[in-house]
Ligand binder design. Structure first.
Ligand code: AOS
Ligand code: ZN
Ligand code: ZN
Ligand code: ZN
Length: 424
């Protein structure tokens, strides 16, 4: 299924008048509204291939219908999202869940939907059929060099797939850790990980980045070998200029000040990318902005400030990706909501009066500082985000159009109700 411009224009016609009124009202009070709209249009968020089907929990999985059964269908799904919002112009693949048989063909198909390939992800947290050594006790940190080598070779293979598709980054997330005190020698586990990552890093093309993702716990519950930003930053620093930390919002211990982490990583030039999602407790992988929208705004506020200070392009400077899991909502609608929430937080962050905030900080004027941030956060920027979409030929209200066109039922008709997406 593919959406044409006419369908989108038709949809927009019913909303455009109301939208224009809301937009002029909001735009009136913004000095640099054109610049802001430009930035919003450029800002793209990559969709993870593994979030297009129902994720399930360890207690069960209630399959959705019409899920993409092949990589081609996953690209088609992201193509639909991108046609609806013009803000999801890339897909992030997970190998071996998404091995392309013919990379050229897949690349062409993606390009026909206006999509590129963001970071490719390796998988050494599951055993694959026919695999020689098991990852039960870890991969890159493993006590057995044979297991480490197998995991290193897999990552090198993932880089090769990525090169063929035009991707420019490798994300490494490890489940490596321990569930009981005494199980691991922490120092040796870390050193093994570093040595393995060095091997992989040596195979990274010059124009590539390596993202080292950290996570506090799960699936291991006593220690994780790359558990926090300190451990990730340590590895990235030892590896070299092409290695960066990746921040997944759900990978922190409760109440961690993620905005402060982000600010310092940016300061060090070591923030590489994001996995956006939201959570109440841990790695809940819920819709971005669904639980803590103020936190998402504060993170973006630090991002905008830090990137501007360092002269980093907002749209291209970091890898912006979603990492979510859908158990209850239709994955496609959920992803539309996530992208919208991310763009809203970004737009609000662009509204922060930086000069006034700086002054307030210099004067220790806390009341003023809070006012400035909350003024931006409490501005209804939805008409701005919608205007950016409208100018790009996307839908004024993507979720409404998804519903209006009955897209899921069309996909079920095409694909059947029993298709299951590969992934988690
Ligand atoms: C796992 O918790 C991480 O968020 C990784 O990014 C992982 O590769 C992804 O969620 C797919 O399982
Ligand atoms: Zn992640
Ligand atoms: Zn995660
Ligand atoms: Zn997560």
């Amino acid at each position: 299924m593919k959406l044409d411009n006419q369908t989108i224009e038709q949809h927009n016609r019913q909303f455009v008048e109301k939208h224009q009124r809301a937009f002029s009202y909001t735009a009136e009070n913004i000095a640099n509204v054109e610049e802001l709209l430009d930035k919003l249009q450029q800002f793209q968020i990559a969709i993870p291939s593994w979030a297009l089907g129902t994720g399930g929990t360890r207690f069960g999985r209630f399959s959705g219908k019409g899920e993409p059964g092949t990589l081609e269908q996953k690209i088609e799904d992201v193509g639909l999202l991108h046609a609806l919002n013009r803000s999801s112009g890339a897909i992030s693949l997970h190998i071996p869940w998404d091995i392309p048989d013919d990379a050229e063909k897949i690349k062409e198909l993606a390009a026909s939907h206006g999509l590129g390939f963001d970071a490719v992800n390796s998988n050494t947290f599951q055993d694959q059929p026919g695999q020689e050594h098991s990852y039960k006790f870890g991969s890159l940190h493993h006590v057995d060099p044979k297991v480490r080598k197998q995991a290193v070779d897999h990552n090198i293979d993932v880089i090769k797939h990525g090169i063929a598709l035009g991707s420019k980054a490798l994300t490494v997330w490890l489940a490596d850790g321990s569930s009981f005190p005494g199980q691991l020698n922490f120092r040796e586990a870390f050193q093994n990980t570093l040595e393995s990552l060095k091997e992989i890093y040596n195979h990274l093309p010059d124009d590539w980045k390596m993202f080292v993702e950290y996570k506090a716990f799960e699936p291991n519950f006593y220690s994780t070998t790359i558990a926090d930003w300190g451990q990730s930053l340590l590895l990235a620093s030892k590896l070299g200029d092409k290695a960066y930390t990746l921040v997944d919002l759900g990978h922190h211990l409760p109440n961690a000040n993620i905005e402060q982490i982000v600010s310092l990583l940016l300061m060090e030039g070591k923030l590489g990318g994001f996995h956006f999602n939201d959570s109440k407790y841990a790695d809940d992988d819920l819709t971005a902005g669904s639980i803590k929208p103020y936190q998402l705004f504060l993170i973006f506020s630090e991002l905008v400030e830090g990137m501007d200070v360092r002269g980093i392009e907002h749209a291209t400077g970091l890898g912006w990706m979603i990492d979510a899991s859908h158990n209850l909502k239709d994955p496609l609608v959920d992803l539309l909501q996530s992208v919208e929430a991310i763009k809203i937080a970004y737009a609000q962050a662009l509204l922060v009066d930086r000069k006034a905030l700086k002054e307030a900080q210099q004067q220790n004027n806390i009341v003023r500082a809070q006012e400035i941030l909350q003024d931006a956060f409490r501005t209804d920027v939805r008409p701005l985000v919608a205007e950016a979409r409208l100018r790009q030929g996307a839908a004024i209200n993507p979720v409404a159009l998804f519903r209006e066109l009955d897209i899921r039922n069309k996909l079920i008709e095409e694909r059947g109700s029993n298709t299951v997406a590969t992934g988690l």
